[in-house]
Design a protein around this ligand. Structure first.
Ligand SMILES: [Zn+2]
Length: 430
C-alpha cells in the first residue's frame, strides 16, 4: 500500500510548505468538480484528503512516521522458533535514545515544541524512544522550552503552548498502535537474547496497552520459564509518571512568570510596568465597561461591519503567509519566485487592509481601527518598500518595530475583541 507521502507525491522529509503546495496541486487536478461522474477520481481525492489531514498535523505526522518505521521491521514474533532466521536477526534493537537502556519501560513518545516569532507560531512534534527516566527529563526540558519560547506569539502561541504543556507533562503523547508495535519488537528482541524476565514484562506492558489473545499466549509460554517473583513491572507507576515531576516544576515557573510580568501585584501602588514595550501604555485594553443596550443600537449593523472584519482577518492571514515564505527563503531553491510571491502577498495584504473602515472598527472595539491605520498598514508599507531582491534593511526594521507594537496590541486585546465580535455581532471564528 502506498504511504501517505507517496499519495501526496512528496518526500518523507518534505517541509510543511512543500506539503501544502503538493496538496493544492493535486486538488487542482483531481477535484471532483473538474471530473464530474468519475468515481476513480473521487476515490483518489478521498485518499489525498486522508493523507493530507494526517501529514499536515505535526503530531499526527510524527506518529505516522514512527509507525512506518516500526511496521517495516520484519514480522518476527514467532516465539516457538528457537533459531531466528536471518531476516529476524535484522530487527532493530530498540534502546532508549538518551541512555541506551533496554527495558520494558521503553515507549515511543511524541513531544511538542512551540516557538513563536511575532505573529508566527510554529508547532513541531518529535517522536523519541525513551525509557521512563529519560521520559521525565525530556518532558521537563520540552516544557521549559515551550514556557520560554512558545506562548507569546499571537493568536496561536498560547493555544498551542497549553496543548503542548499538557501533552508533554504526561511524558508526551504515546500512541497505542505505535507502542504495541514497539513493545512486541522489543519483547522478541529480549526473547532472542534469552532475557525472558524482561521479555515477560514487555509483553505484559504491551498487553496492558492492547489486550489481544496472541500476546496473552506468548505470556503464558514465557510464564513457564520466569518465576512469578520477577514478573513485577519495572517501576512503580506513580513515581514513573512525568506528571509527578512536572506539576511542581510548572508551579514554580508560573509563580516566577507572575513575579516578572506583574510586579505590581506585590506593590500596592498603581504601577503598570510591563517589560514588553513602552508603547503598551497607549494600547491599554479598555476597562471592562459593558456597553449599555442603548449604545448597541447606535452601532452600525452586522452586515456593514462584517466586510471590515473579513478584510482585516484576510489581510492578517496574508501577512502570516508572507512571513512563512520569508522564513523559508534561506532554504529556498527558487529565490526569485519566492520574492515575487512575497511582493504579491504584501500587495494582497494591503489591498485587504485598505478595505477596512477604520472609524467603524474603532466603534466596534476601542483602538482597533487606530492600531490598523497607525501601525499595521504603515508596517506593511515599510515591508513592501523594503523587501526587494536588494532588501532595504532600514525600511524592514521600521516595519518590524511597528509589527512589534501590533503584536503587543493584539496580545492585550484579541480575546476581548473576538469575544465582542461574537457576543455583540454574532460573528463566528474558527
Ligand atoms: Zn533512558
Amino acid at each position: 500500500m502506498a504511504t501517505y507521502y507517496e499519495i501526496l507525491g512528496v518526500a518523507q522529509t518534505a517541509s510543511a510548505q512543500e506539503i501544502k503546495q503538493a496538496y493544492r496541486r493535486l486538488v487542482k487536478i483531481y477535484h471532483p468538480d473538474r471530473n464530474p461522474g468519475n468515481t476513480e477520481v473521487i476515490q483518489r481525492m478521498v485518499l489525498i484528503n486522508e493523507a493530507y489531514n494526517v501529514i499536515k498535523d505535526p503530531v499526527r505526522r510524527a506518529q505516522y512516521d514512527s509507525l512506518i518505521t516500526l511496521q517495516t521491521q520484519p514480522e518476527s514474533q514467532d516465539f516457538h522458533t528457537t533459531e531466528p532466521t536471518e531476516a529476524q536477526r535484522e530487527i532493530t534493537h530498540y534502546r532508549c535514545e538518551q541512555c541506551n537502556r533496554q527495558d520494558s519501560t521503553l515507549r515511543l513518545s511524541i513531544f511538542i515544541s512551540v516557538i513563536s516569532y511575532f505573529v508566527l507560531t510554529q508547532k513541531q512534534a518529535h517522536a523519541h524512544v525513551l525509557c521512563s527516566r529519560c521520559r521525565i527529563k525530556h518532558s521537563l526540558l520540552s516544557n521549559l522550552k515551550v514556557w520560554l519560547l512558545g506562548w507569546w506569539g499571537f493568536p496561536w502561541g498560547p493555544i498551542y503552548s497549553i496543548e503542548a504543556l499538557l501533552k508533554n507533562l504526561q511524558g508526551g503523547e504515546q500512541p497505542t498502535k505505535n507502542n504495541v508495535a514497539l513493545l512486541s519488537l522489543l519483547a522478541y528482541d529480549f526473547y532472542t537474547q534469552n532475557r525472558y524476565e524482561e521479555c515477560y514484562k514487555t509483553l505484559k506492558a504491551s498487553y496492558k496497552l492492547w489486550p489481544d489473545k496472541e500476546t496473552k499466549e506468548y505470556m503464558s509460554q514465557i510464564e513457564g520459564i520466569v518465576p512469578p517473583s520477577s514478573r513485577k513491572p519495572d517501576n512503580r507507576m506513580f513515581l514513573a509518571s512525568p506528571i509527578f515531576y512536572n506539576v511542581p516544576f510548572l508551579a514554580v515557573l508560573t509563580v516566577l512568570s507572575i513575579l516578572v510580568l506583574f510586579p505590581s501585584v506585590f506593590h500596592k501602588g498603581n504601577s503598570t510596568y510591563s517589560p514588553f514595550s513602552p508603547s503598551e501604555q497607549y494600547y491599554q485594553p479598555p476597562s471592562t465597561v459593558d456597553t449599555p443596550p442603548s449604545a448597541v443600537a447606535i452601532l452600525p449593523s452586522t452586515v456593514e461591519i462584517r466586510s471590515s472584519v473579513e478584510a482585516f482577518f484576510g489581510g492578517f492571514q496574508n501577512f502570516t503567509d508572507t512571513m512563512q515564505v520569508v522564513e523559508q527563503l534561506e532554504k529556498s531553491s527558487d529565490v526569485q519566485s519566492d520574492w515575487d510571491k512575497i511582493r504579491e502577498l504584501l500587495l494582497l495584504c494591503s489591498a485587504n487592509l485598505s478595505k477596512c473602515d477604520v472609524a467603524l472598527m474603532n466603534k466596534v472595539y476601542p483602538g482597533w481601527g487606530d492600531m490598523l491605520s497607525q501601525k499595521f498598514i504603515p508596517a506593511i508599507k515599510y515591508y513592501s518598500d523594503g523587501m526587494k531582491l536588494e532588501p532595504n534593511m532600514s525600511s524592514i526594521e521600521k516595519g518590524d518595530a511597528l509589527i512589534g507594537e501590533v503584536g503587543v496590541w493584539w496580545k492585550n486585546n484579541s480575546d476581548a475583541l473576538i469575544a465582542t465580535l461574537q457576543r455583540e455581532r454574532g460573528l463566528e471564528f474558527e
